[in-house]
Design a binder for this molecule. Structure first.
Ligand SMILES: Nc1ncnc2c1ncn2[C@@H]1O[C@H](COP(=O)(O)OP(=O)(O)OP(=O)(O)O)[C@@H](O)[C@H]1O
Ligand SMILES: Nc1ccn([C@H]2C[C@H](O)[C@@H](COP(=O)(O)O)O2)c(=O)n1
Length: 244
C-alpha cells in the first residue's frame, strides 16, 4: 500500500487536509498511539509506519500548525472564541507520508517553523481550547479514514479520535529518560529549566485537556524506559502484525 505523495492545500480545516486517499476496497487498519512528551511517539511511529508500509499521522503537528496560524494572524490567546475561529478557518494541509513530513498553512510551508520555541510555547493555548480540539479531532478522523492503513499518534488517539482502533498503545518512558532523550535530540545544550518547561510543564498543561498518562481500558502500555529505539519500534510493529 502507498503512503501517499502529492499534497492538497485545503481551504480550511473543515476541508480535505491530507495527501491520504484510499480506494473504498483498500485495506484498513488504524494503529493508535498516545503518550507524553518525549516518549518517542513521532520517531517510533514514523519508523513503524515505514516498516509496515503504512501512512503516518502526527496529530501534534496539526495543533502546532494551528498555533503557528494564531501567532501569524496575531490572535489573542486569551480570547478563546478568537482561537476557535482561527482554527475553523485554518487552511491546513499535512502529509501522511512517513518519508516526507510536510505541513503547510495556506501557501506557507511551516514544516520547520512549527518546531520552533514560539510555537512550542503557544501550542497548549490551542490544545486546551475545547472548540479548537473538536475541529482538529474531526479533521484527524477524516484523514485517518482516507488513509486506510495508518499509524496515528498524539494524546487522545486511543481514547477520542480512534477509540475503536484494533491496535491501541500508550507509549511511555520515565520522566528522567524522556528529559534525557529530549536533551540529546536538541543537541545537549538546553538548560534543565528549559527541558523541564518543554517536556514536563507542557505535559502538565496538556493533561488538563486530555488524559495521556494512564492507559484507558483496552489500551496496551509500551514502556520504552529500558528499551532501545529499535526494540521499541519492533514491539509496536509486532503488535500490529499480530492483528493483521
Ligand atoms: N526507545 C528509545 N530509546 C532511545 N531513544 C529514543 C527511544 N524512543 C525515542 N527516542 C528518541 O527520543 C527523542 C524524542 O522522541 P520523539 O520526538 O519521537 O518523542 P515524542 O513523544 O514525539 O515527543 P513530543 O510529543 O514532545 O513531540 C528522539 O530523539 C527519539 O529518537
Ligand atoms: N492528539 C493530540 C496531539 C497533540 N496535542 C498537543 C500536545 C502538545 O502540547 C501539542 C504538540 O504535540 P507534540 O508535537 O508535542 O506531540 O499538541 C494534543 O493535545 N492532542
Amino acid at each position: 500500500m502507498s503512503a501517499g505523495a502529492s499534497r492538497h492545500v485545503a481551504a480550511s480545516v473543515s476541508d480535505s487536509v491530507s495527501d491520504a486517499a484510499s480506494a473504498a476496497d483498500a485495506p484498513r487498519l488504524v494503529v493508535a498511539v498516545d503518550g507524553p512528551s518525549g516518549s518517542g511517539k513521532s520517531s517510533v511511529c514514523r519508523a513503524a509506519a515505514r516498516e509496515l508500509g503504512a501512512a503516518y499521522l502526527d496529530t501534534g503537528a496539526m495543533y502546532r500548525a494551528a498555533a503557528w496560524y494564531c501567532l501569524d494572524q496575531g490572535v489573542d490567546f486569551d480570547d478563546e472564541d478568537a482561537v476557535a475561529v482561527a482554527v475553523e478557518e485554518l487552511p491546513l494541509s499535512i502529509s501522511t507520508d512517513p518519508d516526507h513530513q510536510t505541513v503547510t498553512v495556506g501557501q506557507a510551508d511551516v514544516t520547520d517553523a512549527i518546531r520552533g520555541s514560539a510555537v512550542s510555547e503557544a501550542v497548549s493555548e490551542v490544545s486546551t481550547n475545547r472548540r479548537a480540539r473538536s475541529l482538529l479531532v474531526d479533521a484527524q478522523r477524516r484523514i485517518i479514514d482516507e488513509a486506510g492503513v495508518v499509524v496515528a499518534e498524539g494524546r487522545d488517539i486511543t481514547t477520542v479520535v480512534a477509540p475503536d482502533a484494533p491496535v491501541r498503545v500508550l507509549l511511555t518512558a520515565s520522566a528522567e529518560v524522556r528529559l534525557a532523550r529530549r536533551g540529546l535530540q536538541l543537541g545537549g545544550e538546553q538548560s534543565a529549566e528549559s527541558l523541564h518547561r518543554q517536556v514536563l510543564a507542557r505535559d502538565a498543561k496538556d493533561s488538563t485537556a486530555v488524559n495521556f498518562t494512564e492507559a484507558a481500558d483496552g489500551v496496551a502500555v509500551l514502556d520504552s524506559t529500558d528499551l532501545t529505539f529499535e526494540e521499541t519500534v519492533a514491539s509496536l510493529v509486532d503488535r500490529v502484525r499480530a492483528v493483521r
